[in-house]
Design a protein around this ligand. Structure first.
Ligand SMILES: Nc1ncnc2c1ncn2[C@@H]1O[C@H](COP(=O)(O)OP(=O)(O)OP(=O)(O)O)[C@@H](O)[C@H]1O
Ligand SMILES: [Mg+2]
Length: 333
């Protein structure tokens, strides 16, 4: 890392499904991502030696080898095992005892192992849940501790606000940023860069995969693969998996629009918006063809508490949160 980069800072999106690092390199945005996943395979000296030689990120734990990051699906397929996740529904997975250590290893692949003294890093956190079922305090504290050990100067940002920072410069950071992720959806209504309403909903891509898998007798990994390769929200349902995906995508999107209606109409702090505001959609679950149009039609299907000027899809939906976190690090730390 050069001194310039050190001064400029970094944005880190710690997502349930992927961890994304954003930086400015030679005046341009640079994004690097790793899957927030791992697999374990049986230990053998030979395998260990080959993995080292091939530069596959891994560690030895007891009688097994843990492979983490982007390489994990390849080894899951080879060894017929499921990939596992250090995070669940947007926060540290309580069912995986080594989750924090694995997140640290994956972050190290992205930021490098050297000490980051003097480097600013802004990282994303899920917003509080609307149902007030609070499970993020431990996550917040644990992630901050983990990142502080690298030596970074730290700041956190709610994921929805990061989307506003990343994508709504044209409206002076006034509008609604939404991230449709793997573990959760995050929403933020901001006025001139100030977050007014921010919340999360633990129903997103993983929920769609698990529900469509249960309904069709498939495994979630296969459903997820099909969804990412060929699913579209265009009314066509060529098979039962696509039909189930359509049903649960609709469920997720309706739940989110319902939650927005509730959150935006209840708040007393809502500023008098003098003009309609834009909504920007981001996150991996916003990628299927027809998603934006379907979302817009759900919004129009009934009263909505705020006037909306337009609904757009972020140009790079998978990078919006990291980009916004970087913007916060560059301009606000
Ligand atoms: N082409 C695609 N079509 C549909 N879904 C996709 C596509 N690509 C990725 N996804 C889904 O997007 C989700 C991951 O999105 P993203 O990387 O934004 O989440 P995350 O930030 O890791 O999670 P979270 O914000 O919930 O903690 C997964 O459910 C994945 O299956
Ligand atoms: Mg996310």
């Amino acid at each position: 890392m050069s001194d310039t980069e050190r001064e400029l800072g970094m944005g880190l999106d710690i997502g349930t499904s992927r961890i994304v690092l954003a930086r400015r390199v030679q005046g341009k945005f640079d994004f690097q991502a790793q899957l927030n996943a791992f697999v374990t395979i049986p230990f053998s000296k030979l395998t260990h030696k080959v993995l080292k030689k091939e530069g596959v990120p891994h560690k030895v734990r007891g009688g097994e080898i843990v492979i983490y990051g982007n390489e994990s699906p390849r080894f899951a397929e080879l060894f017929h095992v499921e990939t596992r996740r250090p995070m669940l529904n947007g926060v540290v997975n309580p069912g995986e005892p080594d989750s924090l250590e694995l997140i640290r290893h994956i972050v190290t692949i992205l930021v490098g192992g050297e000490h980051k003294l003097g480097c600013k890093l802004c990282y994303s956190l899920p917003a509080p849940r609307l149902d007030a079922c609070e499970d993020r305090q431990y996550h917040d504290a644990a992630v901050r501790q983990l990142l502080s050990e690298f030596g970074f100067e730290l700041r956190s940002i709610d994921e929805g606000l990061a989307v506003v920072f990343g994508e709504l410069e044209a409206s002076n950071y006034t509008g609604v940023g939404i991230s449709f992720g793997g573990g959760m959806c995050n929403v933020c209504l901001a006025y001139l860069s100030i977050p007014v309403v921010s919340f999360s909903l633990p129903k997103a891509g993983d929920y769609v995969d698990a529900s469509a898998a249960a309904a069709t007798g498939e495994v979630a990994t296969r459903v997820r693969g099909l969804k990412e390769q060929s699913f579209a929200l265009n009314g066509k349902v060529p098979d039962k998996i696509q039909r189930a995906l359509t049903v649960y995508y609709g469920d997720m999107m309706r739940s989110l629009v319902g939650a927005m209606r509730e959150a935006f109409s209840e708040t007393r702090r809502l500023p008098k918006l003098d003009r309609p505001v834009p909504i920007v959609l981001s996150g991996g679950s916003a990628l299927p063809e027809g998603f934006r149009e379907h979302f817009e039609s759900l919004l129009k299907d009934g009263e909505f508490p705020i006037a909306v000027s337009e609904v757009t899809l972020a140009p790079e939906p998978l990078n919006s949160t990291a980009k916004g976190a970087l913007m916060a690090a560059l301009t606000d730390m």
